[in-house]
Structure formats: C-alpha cells, structure tokens
Design a protein around this ligand. Structure first.
Ligand SMILES: [Zn+2]
Length: 308
C-alpha cells in the first residue's frame, strides 16, 4: 500500500451508504493469493526454504494457485533458485517485481532507471519454469506523473506484460517488521498477538475492498490479496486463509482471478497505482467509503502496545 495514501484517503473520505454486493456463482466472494518480494536472505527465526515450504503447504491445503511477484536480485541467489523451483513445481505463477524494488514515485527514479530495473529482472526470470509476463510495481507505485505512468506502461506493452493489480491492499509488511524485531530480541516471545492483529487487519480490509469494489464496478469481482513472502506469512497465512474462509471467502487460482476483465484495465489517474479499487474509484470520480478502523495508524498503535 502507498503508506501515506492509506492515511490520507482515510482522512479525506466520506462515508457512503453500504451497497449490496452481488454474489458470485459459487455464492460467496473469491480471492487469489498473490505474494510479493521473496526476500530469501532474511532468515530471522526461520530460513527462507523452510518459510517457503510452510507457505506452499498452506496454499496446497486450499488447492489454489498463487502468484509470486519476485524481486530479481533475490531470484539470482542459491536460496531464490531453490524456492522458486519449488513454487513452479507446485503450479504457482512467477512474475516480475523489478530487480531492486525501486520506488517509481520517487522524483529521483527516472523512467530510464526504472525500465532498466524491470528489464534486468525480466532477463533473470523469463527463463524460469512457471514464469508468466505479469508485472507488479513495487509499493504499487505506478508513476507519480502522467508522463512516467504512460511511458512505463508503454514499456510493459512492448514486452507484452500485464500489470498484476492488487485489489485487497493492506499493511501486512508492518506487522511482519515488528514481529521479526521482537523475535530477534526474544526468540521465545508469544507471537499470538501479532497473528491476531494480522487477522483482524486483513479481514477488515478484505471486507472493505469487496464492498467498495461492488460500488465502484457495479458487480462482485474476483479479488487479489496482497501478501508478502515473509515470516508472518510462513507462520500465519494458514490462520488468515482459514479466517477468511469462515467469513465466506473462497480461494481461487490467480490465473482465474486475472482472467476477469476488470484486471485488463489500468486506471488513468495520476499518481498511478494503489489498490485497483481505489484507482478505479478515483478514475470514476467516486469517493470511497471510509476505511475500517483497523488501518495502518491503528496497527501502529496496537503494535506499540504489544511491544511494551
Ligand atoms: Zn514489493
């Protein structure tokens, strides 16, 4: 999520009346798990290969193909090679998340530099089993100006890539950061409070984006959940998917989700990026309902309480 945007939108938004959301044919909302970064060099509490095995086992339980959006510099390591082989073997899609995770909204990041970073990751990833031409902008930052946005979209088109849009944006990275710091200081600490915050935060935002998508697009859409390849996912992705299932969600293959027409359009709004639902609302000139109380600000204060 655009960290500042998360708070700004929350402050500026007005509450809209809840709109009834159409159900999918299966009778409930659907989501695909997409996972970013693949920092295989972070081994706090659990090495990458073990993290990977646990996440893959969780995804297997739900029988749904996920999508891995991989930072090229991590793929180009021994650990990355082992992990991505296992993901491909399990039938998951591998996509491009740049080589070094540059922020395309930074003024200092030019199109030339960013496009080169994209191409560098493409060269590393394109020959891997499971690779498909999907690209996700780091931090969901698709360009701070119309010129940068359009120029990079033209590069993606030239390379016949599609954007791997996120609908359910969230701040799982923040919980993971605090969890790792806590475990580094005290390997035996109780991790349950972090799990509980994770579940509460994501469930609230899944519901929020689903309701908002119904309003913005006029129908229920398949959703794409943003997660990260990190310790939090290794420990608690199973708890999260279980909780979402009890909320009525079913897991679908990433290729099915991205097959929906809603993902074929990248809204033409500057700055580009964020959740596809937010961007779609901005493009249509609609105001989003106020985000749930369990937002990034709430998370920060709850995490500080857990730490003390
Ligand atoms: Zn990322």
């Amino acid at each position: 999520m655009n960290r500042r945007e998360f708070l700004r939108i929350g402050a500026a938004a007005v509450t809209c009346a809840a709109v009834p959301v159409a159900r999918t044919a299966s009778g409930g909302p659907q989501l695909a798990v997409t996972m970013d970064d693949f920092n295989v060099l972070d081994g706090v509490h659990m090495p990458a290969v073990e993290r990977s095995a646990r996440i893959l086992a969780t995804l297997k339980t739900y029988g749904a193909q996920g999508m891995a959006l991989v930072i090229g510099r991590f793929a180009a390591t021994t650990e990355g090679d082992t992990v991505l082989d296992a993901w491909a073997k399990a039938g998951h899609i591998i996509g491009n998340h740049t080589y070094s995770h540059l922020d395309y909204h930074a003024q200092a990041t030019s199109l030339k530099e960013f496009a080169e970073d994209f191409r560098r990751a493409d060269a590393i990833l394109r020959t891997r089993k499971g690779f498909r031409r999907f690209f996700r902008f780091p931090m969901l930052h698709g360009g701070d100006t119309a010129e940068k946005r359009d120029a990079m979209r033209a590069v993606l088109e030239r390379y016949r890539y599609r954007e791997a849009h996120v609908t359910i944006d969230n701040a799982d990275w923040l919980i993971d950061r605090e969890l790792r710091a806590r475990l580094a200081a005290d390997p035996n600490c109780d991790t349950r409070p972090y799990r509980d915050l994770y579940l509460r935060h994501i469930r609230a935002f899944a519901r929020y984006f689903r309701e908002s998508a119904g309003e913005v697009f006029g129908r229920d859409i398949p959703h794409t959940l943003l997660t990260h390849f990190n310790l939090l996912s290794a420990l608690h992705l199973g708890d999260l998917l279980n909780a979402l299932r009890s909320d009525g969600w079913s897991m679908i293959a990433a290729s099915n989700a991205y097959g929906d027409a809603v993902f074929r359009h990248s809204p033409t709004v500057p700055p580009a990026g964020d959740s596809l639902v937010w961007a779609g609302a901005r493009e249509a000139g609609r105001r989003m309902a106020k985000p749930p109380i369990e937002d990034e600000r709430w998370l920060s204060s709850e995490l500080a309480r857990v730490k003390s």
